[in-house]
Ligand binder design. Structure first.
Ligand code: UD1
Ligand code: UDP
Length: 350
């Protein structure tokens, strides 16, 4: 059985790794198709290298552009890649533009499609990720849900027949790679808040100003802040002339991220993946967005929604820092990849 795995952005390389290795382990054939959405070495090659992934079988080299330009170029180049590969299944991950293009291209080519991390909803229509995940769910043949709540969302949309709860594949990655965690090259303070920011809405001047000011105040008055910066945030900070006084570092590899998660006091992020990893590492998390698609983390009192106001970011520190993150299996048992393969097999005609 041949399984085409379409990826393009940093979190997708991390989600890809456990599934790729499990497919190989089962004696099946994985084909990696990389759209090229993320292309800077620190956002791309670093992950393939650290996670022990081979070079992609196809690299479409889409680099930057508006959402529509990106998706359009991906569709055009995915068609021949999928046609020559002729897989039994196409798998897409998460909610990026690569997810949307991969899902559309697979169905337009008449192929069977599965969506990993299906059923998430932030309840907003003005967010590119929400559009991407809703469309991917709508057109997929199998919907692999990380949580019970995700499956409930799909039920509300009449998609329960295609849904399978398998747990979160990021927990597989966390389980597999935690033993290899390694320190970043930059020096670390004894105690620190681990921060990341990259969402499109947080590159708006007013929001980014609030976040930088909030993190500056935390850094100065409460606890040092370490922020490995996505290239678009670094650019926006310089474009708006903002003056972070905390450590603004280059993006780090996944193994360094696991080290930072293990050592930090708390996480402050607008990342979907990092919110969950904070929970896996039993660290409290403040969410630099007005909402989250991982509501179960808020309900478990592991994450606190804070948004981008400097005042709220600063004042949330005391409410969040001593929270005891519960050790409960919200995201399955760390073996989602094996379950995904089981259901792909079960749903493939002889
Ligand atoms: C994308 C996803 C987001 C995901 C994130 C993971 C969409 C709509 N958004 O957001 O859901 O959380 O990836 O990190 O797909 N850039 C570089 N080098 C790179 C990648 C990006 O310089 O390797 C810069 C470019 O200026 C680019 C900008 O960052 O235009 C934004 O990149 P893009 O892929 O559009 O969005 P992300 O914020 O990375
Ligand atoms: N990550 C990383 N290095 C960084 C920042 C993030 O390895 O400098 C990892 C992080 O640990 C998580 C994933 O990238 O596994 C999350 O990706 P991102 O925040 O870019 O996207 P999102 O999860 O919000 O879609």
């Amino acid at each position: 059985m041949k399984i085409a795995l379409i990826v393009g952005a940093r979190p997708q390389f991390i989600k890809l790794a456990p599934l790729y290795f499990a497919i190989r382990q089962e004696g099946l054939t994985p084909i990696i198709i990389h759209t090229g959405q993320h292309y800077s070495p620190a956002m791309n090659e670093l992950f393939f290298h650290q996670l022990g992934l081979p070079d992609p079988d196809h690299n479409l080299n889409i680099q930057g552009g508006s959402h529509s330009q990106m998706v359009g170029r991906m569709l055009k180049t995915l068609e021949p890649a999928l046609t020559t590969t002729a897989p039994d299944w196409v798998v897409v991950f998460g909610d990026t533009n690569s997810t949307l293009a991969g899902a559309l291209a697979a169905k337009q080519a008449g192929l069977r499609l599965a969506h990993v991390e299906a059923g998430l909803r932030a309840g907003r229509t003005d967010m590119p990720e929400e559009l991407n995940r809703v469309v991917a769910d709508r057109v997929s043949d199998l919907l692999f849900c990380p949580t019970l709540k995700a499956a409930m969302h799909l039920k509300q949309e009449g998609l329960e027949g295609k849904a399978r709860i398998v747990g979160d594949i990021m927990l597989d990655a966390f389980r597999i790679f935690s033993a290899q965690k390694s320190a970043p090259v930059f020096p670390l303070p004894e105690r620190f808040i681990l921060a990341t920011v990259h969402r499109e809405e947080n590159t708006l001047r007013e929001k980014l100003e609030g976040i930088v000011e909030g993190l500056n105040r935390l850094h100065q008055q409460e606890c040092p802040v370490v922020l490995p910066a996505h290239p678009r945030i670094r650019r926006a900070i310089s474009r708006f002339g903002l003056k972070p006084i905390f450590a603004l570092e280059e993006p780090v590899g996944y193994l360094q991220m696991l080290f930072l998660l293990n050592r930090c006091q708390m996480v402050a992020t607008d990342s979907g993946g990092l919110q969950k990893e904070a929970f896996f590492a039993e660290k409290p998390c403040i969410v630099l967005r007005p909402e989250t698609e991982w509501e179960e983390l808020v309900e478990a009192a592991a994450a606190l929604i804070v948004g981008s106001s400097a005042e709220r970011i600063f004042s949330s520190y005391h409410a969040a820092k001593d929270r005891k993150v519960p050790s409960i299996p919200l995201f399955g048992n760390g073996y989602a990849a094996e379950k995904i393969i089981h259901f792909l097999r079960e749903n493939t005609p002889e």
